[in-house]
Structures are given as C-alpha cells and as structure tokens.
Design a protein around this ligand. Sequence first.
Ligand SMILES: [Zn+2]
Length: 110
Amino acid sequence: MHKIQLKKNDLVFVIRGKDKGKTGKVLKLIPETNRVIVERINFSKHFVKADRSRNVQGGVMEKEAPIAVANVMLYCSECGQGVRARSRRLEDGSKIRLCHRCETMIEKQK
Ligand SMILES: [Zn+2]
C-alpha cells in the first residue's frame, strides 16, 4: 500500500475527473482506500427524507465524496498548478516541503 503523501489541510489541485482544474483543501485522508476528501470537490447530491420526529429537514443535500489520491496533486500558488513536492531538512532539524518546480516553501513542519 502506498503511503498518502498529502496531509490534512493541504491545498490540492484536481488533475482528473469532473472537478479537474479546481483546488480545495484536504479535509480527510482515507489511507485504507488511498482516497482523500477535499473541500467542495467531488460533491455528490443525495436526497434526504424529512423526519419530523428527529427534526430533520428534507431536501437535496450535497456532500463531498472521497476522491482518489492519484487524481489530485499538491497545489503551488506560485506555479498556479498541481506540483510534486519534495522535502528538505533544515539545520534546526525541522522539515519543510518545497514545490518541486519553483522551490517555494509549501509547508514547514515542526
Ligand atoms: Zn511552484
């Protein structure tokens, strides 16, 4: 099983599927199926029946469905596209993730 390279709250760029070209924030990782849930990406509509006893309003609900990790890439705001990241260890021992193309720091890890 591949390890998911992304992390929660990463900004990702969708490279395949109906939401191709969109960006969103990673809300949840699902390593078991190699999928992620990305904010406002891969929305699926489902109908909810009204249930007065539980005070549930009926109607069409929209919810993010998991998307395959292979369909998203880390987003670099400098490049304006999905990029591969690489990590580098700093002298103080902390690790940073850099954009593979422009070397902009994407994230600093403690
Ligand atoms: Zn970049």
